[in-house]
Design a protein around this ligand. Structure first.
Ligand code: NAD
Ligand code: IPM
Ligand code: MN
Length: 352
């Protein structure tokens, strides 16, 4: 079966890192590990500025119907200071494809990448299950009296039983599969309506899974524990905004933005795979962008498509590159984005 992948590089370093991920994918296909069809899409700031279009219905339908998964770079460009194209594209795809699970695995793949005192003794290996279609990301809200002293803005934080149940269930399923603790990160002490619902549903689903250890933690205390005792976490399930913040904190525990991949999925229906990091306008065009997060995102895509051997080959190549010092400057190396990508492709093809 051919896996039909749409590649949207997007803005800034997005196209630089997805280019390397595409090379890695093609190298795995060249080894007969998977059958792939890659199609590039031009969406991003440049496309928006020249056509006025963020994502047309026609393009959306092609992405939805003609592809099994999307490999995404990043969006965000200083020429679009309001970021409206980025919201339309990325949040648009997450919402319109109903990709309710944002899975963000955080694995320390080389001990020297850890910023922690416990580096080398405490493994960091947990996954954040971020709710991806509700919370404070719905765009609903009000703005009154703009520019006046009485100006007042609200942003709706949405939690529905259906929305919370399906992400918490997915997190428990993962906890069962891995045999690890499931932790809810919330802020029910200060935001009782929304997170009260989360707590009730989490408790109900925990009761259905007596074999899984589970706990509810306030996100502020949990953030401290993520740094102090990261080894205690297995699956962390949380809301959209809290998951966004925790996943950047988590990325720092495993080597920074260049090491954190993610999968936005609706299992069995569609998936969008992207690094956790953004478009990094400060380093665009310098060859300093670390492509590992994009390559690891491509590995998540392959794994979800059932191409497990191909996925492992990509992950092993990243680990070998780390071990052999084939690294970009953010993690102590001197290789360029393209040099790392070329090395990975050669490794995957069995030439190194
Ligand atoms: P960012 O993640 O783009 O950059 C933060 C810092 O990390 C920068 O110093 C950057 O140089 C560094 N960095 C990020 N990725 C790196 C990589 N692969 N290799 C080496 N260094 C890397 O976050 P930001 O600066 O807050 O945002 C820039 C733009 O990206 C904004 O427009 C933002 O909205 C957007 N953004 C997009 C996504 C996405 O598309 N998923 C995610 C986050 C931010
Ligand atoms: C991420 C990003 C996005 C988010 C932005 C670009 C809207 O930060 O994927 O983590 O907040 O979800
Ligand atoms: Mn983010």
């Amino acid at each position: 079966m051919t896996v039909r992948i749409a590649v949207i590089g997007g803005d800034g370093i997005g196209p630089e890192v997805t280019e390397q991920a595409s090379r890695a994918l093609s190298a795995a296909a060249g080894q007969g590990l998977v059958d792939l069809e890659l199609t590039e899409y031009p969406h991003g700031a440049e496309h928006y500025l020249s056509t006025g279009e963020t994502l047309s219905d026609e393009a959306f339908e092609r992405l939805r119907d003609d592809h099994d998964a999307i490999l995404f770079g990043a969006v965000g460009d200083p020429r679009v200071p309001g970021g409206e194209h980025a919201r339309d594209l990325l949040l648009g795809l997450r919402f319109r494809l109903d990709l309710f699970i944002n899975r963000r695995p955080l694995t320390l793949r080389a001990p020297d990448l850890s910023p922690l005192k416990s580096a080398g003794t405490a493994p960091v290996d947990f996954v954040i299950y971020r709710e991806n279609t509700e919370g404070l990301y719905t765009g609903e809200g009000t703005l009154e009296g703009e520019g006046t002293p009485e100006e007042r803005a609200t942003s709706v934080g949405l939690a529905t039983r259906r929305g919370v149940e399906r992400i918490v269930r997915a997190a428990f399923d993962r906890g069962v599969e891995l045999g690890v603790r499931v932790t809810l990160a919330d802020k029910a002490n200060a935001v009782p309506h929304m997170f009260g619902l989360w707590r009730r549903i989490f408790a109900e689903i925990a009761d259905e899974h007596p074999s899984v250890e589970s706990e509810m933690r306030y996100v502020d205390a949990l953030a401290m524990e993520m740094v102090r005792i990261p080894e205690r976490f297995g699956v962390i399930v949380t809301s959209n905004l809290l998951g966004d913040i925790l996943s950047d904190l988590g990325a720092e525990l495993v080597g920074g933005p260049g090491l954190a991949p993610s999968a936005n999925v609706n299992p069995g229906r569609h998936g969008l795979y992207e690094p956790v990091h953004g478009s990094a306008p400060d380093i665009v065009g310098t060859g300093r962008a670390n492509p590992f997060a994009a390559v690891l995102s491509a590995a998540l895509l392959l794994r979800d498509q059932g191409a497990v051997d191909a996925a492992s080959r990509l992950e092993d190549a990243v680990e070998s590159a780390l071990a052999e010092g084939v690294r970009t400057p953010d993690i102590g190396g001197s290789a360029t984005t393209g040099e790392v990508g070329a090395w990975l492709a050669a490794r995957i093809a069995g030439g190194k």
